[in-house]
Design a protein around this ligand. Structure first.
Ligand SMILES: [Zn+2]
Length: 365
C-alpha cells in the first residue's frame, strides 16, 4: 500500500473540486510513492499532533486543516512553520488535507453532523452546482483539431478532475448558399452535402460567450452552425453547509441540549429565545459565518456552527436566526474520527487512528 493508493481513495470520497476556491487542499507534503502502513487523522497540525505522528511512526497524516495555508518564505528552525514541519520532512511523513472538500462532500463532516443531530432531508445550504451549457458545433474534418483546441483553451470541456472532454461523431451537413454567400467548401447556388463532425463539449455558462467567440475564430466557415443547450444542474447533493429538518420540532433549549450531548462540548454560546420552536436547522462545521445569508434566505430557525465573529452574531440575530455555537473543535473533530473509521474499513491492512493527543485548547469556566 502506498500513500498514493490511500490518496486515490480520499480523492474519490471527497473530490477536491468540491473544495472552496480559496482553499489549499490535497497532498501538501511528501511523496505519493512512499509505502503507507500507518495513517493518522487529525484536525490540525500542531506540536502535539506532529510529535504523535513522528513517535507513532505514521507514514501519512490526513489533517483536516491545511498546513501552509498562506505562502511561507522559509522553513527553518527559526520559524513557526519550520519547527512544525521539519520533523515531518525529516521522517518523510506525508500530509494530506481534504478540508472544505470533506466539509462539502456527500458523507462528509456536515452530513455527519446532520445525521448525529437527527436532521432529515439534509441538502446543501449553498449548492456547488454551477450553471452549465452544452456547446455543439458542426465542423469539417480540417477544422476539428483547431476548433476543439479553441474551445478547450476557453475553459470548455472540464468535467470534475478531467479537462479536454469532448464527444465527436461524423455525419453529413447540407447547405444552399445564396448569391451573396462565400462558402469555404462546395459552391453557392445549389444544395451541397459536406462531411462534417458534430463536436460537443460542456462549458460553464459564464465561460460560454468567450468559448463561442474563440470557436467562431477557429472555424473556417463563414456561418458556423452551432447550438448552445442549457444543462440541468448536476451534483445536487453536494455543496457547502446543510439545511435539514427536525421532526418533531424541538424548543431551542431542547435542541441546544441535544447539540451539547452529541458533540460532547461543554461551552456553547446560544442566541435566541430558549422556547423558540426549531424545525429548520442550518449546519456549518467550523467557522460558518460565510453561510449566514444562505441560512437566513432558507428561513432556517437556527444556525449551528463552531464559531462566529461578534458582528456576525449581531447580523444573525437581526436576520431572525437563533444561533448555537458549539465550538470549532467540537463541530469538526467527530469528522476526523469518522474519517479514520472509513479509512480503516477501506484499508484493513493499514493501521489507522485518529490523533489521541489532539484536544480542544480551551476550557470553560
Ligand atoms: Zn475548521
Amino acid at each position: 500500500m502506498t500513500v498514493g493508493d490511500i490518496l486515490a481513495f480520499l480523492e474519490r470520497f471527497a473530490p477536491l473540486h468540491l473544495a472552496e476556491s480559496r482553499d489549499n487542499v490535497g497532498l501538501l507534503l511528501g511523496q505519493r510513492g512512499r509505502s503507507a502502513a500507518r495513517v493518522m487523522t487529525c484536525l490540525t497540525v500542531t506540536p502535539h499532533t506532529v510529535a504523535e505522528a513522528v513517535e507513532s511512526k505514521a507514514d501519512l497524516v490526513v489533517c483536516h486543516h491545511p498546513i501552509l495555508f498562506r505562502p511561507v518564505q522559509r522553513l527553518s528552525e527559526d520559524t513557526a512553520e519550520g519547527r512544525l514541519l521539519l520533523p515531518l520532512l525529516k521522517e518523510a511523513v506525508a500530509v494530506y488535507s481534504p478540508h472544505t472538500a470533506f466539509d462539502n462532500c456527500a458523507g462528509g463532516i456536515n452530513d455527519l453532523l446532520c445525521e448525529r443531530l437527527g436532521l432529515q432531508n439534509a441538502k446543501p445550504l449553498r449548492s456547488r452546482a454551477e450553471p452549465k451549457v452544452k456547446i455543439v458545433v458542426f465542423v469539417p474534418d480540417g477544422d476539428l483539431a483547431r476548433v476543439s483546441d479553441a474551445l478547450f483553451e476557453a475553459g470548455a470541456g472540464v468535467i470534475g478532475e478531467y479537462r479536454e472532454c469532448s464527444f465527436r461523431v461524423p455525419g453529413t451537413g447540407t447547405f444552399f448558399g445564396s448569391e451573396a454567400a462565400h462558402p469555404t467548401v462546395g459552391q453557392k447556388g445549389r444544395r451541397e452535402e459536406v462531411a462534417e463532425w458534430r463536436l460537443e463539449v460542456v462549458c460553464d455558462a459564464d465561460k460560454a460567450p468567450e468559448a463561442i467567440r474563440r470557436m467562431r475564430q477557429a472555424h473556417s466557415y463563414e456561418e458556423p452552425a452551432f447550438d448552445v443547450y442549457p444543462l440541468q444542474a448536476q451534483g445536487g447533493g453536494l455543496g457547502a453547509g446543510r439545511l435539514g429538518e427536525l421532526n418533531p420540532p424541538l424548543s431551542l433549549w431542547e435542541f441546544a441540549s441535544r447539540v451539547r450531548a452529541v458533540l460532547r462540548t461543554s461551552g456553547m454560546r446560544i442566541i435566541g429565545d430558549p422556547n423558540r420552536r426549531i424545525r429548520k436547522v442550518a449546519v456549518v462545521c467550523g467557522s460558518g459565518g460565510d453561510l449566514l445569508n444562505e441560512a437566513a434566505q432558507a428561513q432556517a430557525d437556527v444556525f449551528v456552527t463552531g464559531e462566529l465573529r461578534f458582528h456576525q452574531e449581531v447580523a444573525a440575530e437581526a436576520a431572525g436566526l437563533a444561533v448555537v455555537l458549539a465550538g470549532h473543535y467540537a463541530t469538526e473533530r467527530p469528522g476526523v474520527e469518522h474519517l479514520a473509521e472509513i479509512l480503516a474499513r477501506q484499508f484493513p491492512q493499514v493501521s489507522v487512528w485518529p490523533s489521541r493527543r489532539e484536544h480542544d485548547l480551551a476550557w470553560s469556566l
